[in-house]
Design a protein around this ligand. Structure first.
Ligand SMILES: Nc1nc2c(ncn2[C@@H]2O[C@H](COP(=O)(O)OP(=O)(O)OP(=O)(O)O)[C@@H](O)[C@H]2O)c(=O)[nH]1
Ligand SMILES: [Zn+2]
Ligand SMILES: [Zn+2]
Length: 317
């Protein structure tokens, strides 16, 4: 896949850095392999191999990929510790391009920013458009541009955490989180991954949970066609459900496929523009921030956001 996705062509650029990191070497070979990945992102097969066995080339590629993922996992573990020490919960949002990640984030931030500290790491091949959309809400966003790279990896997230501006934003998250922790409100770092339903699933970033978005315009068969992504996710958000009347999308079929590849996956149907399902999404977020600090339940402002989202939804029905 390297010739197609080109992750190795140039290293990712992190906003404010001429060159965010030196991981280009590690990516030199990885996409030979993970472009052909199976359902399990950590045990990819190699379809370059000759029928009847894996040739030397294939064996080398599998080994290289295992090394790369092991190195990535070590950095991800450090990120996870760093998030934990700062008292923030990191959520990794993944989807195909245009499924509605940024739109949902903007809406979510508007509704929840009063109740808990939030910061965002944005991954895109090019432009800072998404980070600018996030900053317009008043919360800090750090843009990582991956160039031709088609996923975020743990080192890129580590570089964002180390970046002086974002670190100070995180310090704010931490400070506010520490203050708010008395009433149980952890800060959140949303990580918006590069739009791609394949590679991002293979790379642990140090997140607490993984959320995959699938919009109804993409088709209900995607959980089976891109099983690795759906197998790796904790939550499936079926987005843009306001468009259901206009597209052939069978919700039951989609949910059935998703549960076939991942029986434990939770599923919430949402419309970021009309408001459907946002109450459930916010309750899910609150539930996943609970574990970090041992408090159950929504904060009062969060309960208000959930109730308001539910009322808005009722109003449009
Ligand atoms: N009808 C409808 N359109 C939506 C909804 N959410 C997002 N969109 C539209 O879908 C398009 C893509 O939305 P984005 O939020 O930019 O998607 P994204 O996943 O962040 O895109 P990338 O970062 O490029 O992968 C935009 O035109 C949005 O206005 C929704 O709930 N309903
Ligand atoms: Zn986006
Ligand atoms: Zn990739």
């Amino acid at each position: 896949m390297c010739g197609v996705c080109g992750c190795a062509v140039r290293p990712a650029e992190s906003e404010g850095h001429a060159s965010a990191h030196d991981h280009g070497h590690a990516h030199t070979h990885v996409h030979h392999v993970h472009g052909h990945q199976t359902d399990d992102p950590h045990t990819h097969s190699v379809s370059h191999a000759r029928p009847g066995g894996v040739d030397d080339h294939g064996m080398r590629l599998v080994r290289v990929e295992q090394d790369i993922l092991a190195a990535n996992d070590a950095i991800a573990a450090a990120n996870r510790r760093a998030f934990g020490e700062r008292g923030v919960v990191a959520l990794n949002l993944m989807s195909a391009p245009g499924s509605g990640k940024t739109t949902l984030l903007v809406r979510t931030i508007e509704d929840l920013k009063a109740s808990r500290p939030i910061a965002v790491i944005e991954g895109d091949q090019e432009t800072s458009f998404d980070a600018e959309r996030i900053r317009a809400t008043g919360v800090a966003a750090h843009q990582i541009n991956t160039g031709k790279g088609c996923h975020l990896d743990a080192r890129m997230v580590a570089s964002a955490l180390a970046h002086v501006d974002f670190a100070s934003a995180l310090a704010h998250v931490d400070l506010a989180g520490t203050l708010a922790r008395e009433d149980g409100q952890a800060g959140i770092v949303f990580i918006e991954n590069v739009g791609n339903l394949v590679c991002p699933a293979a790379f642990d970033l140090g997140e607490a949970s993984r959320v995959v978005l699938l919009s109804v315009t993409e088709g209900d068969d995607k959980p089976l066609k891109y099983a690795g992504m759906f197998a790796a996710a904790d939550l499936l958000l079926i987005t843009k459900i306001d468009l259901l009347p206009f597209v052939p999308f069978d919700l039951d079929r989609c949910c059935g496929f998703a549960r076939r590849v991942n029986p434990a996956i939770e599923i919430i149907e949402v419309s970021a523009t009309r408001g459907d399902g946002l109450d459930r999404w916010y309750a899910w977020i609150a539930g996943h921030c609970v574990g970090a600090h041992g408090h159950a339940g929504l904060s009062p402002p969060e309960a208000t956001a959930v109730a308001t989202a539910a009322a808005r939804q009722t109003a449009v029905e």
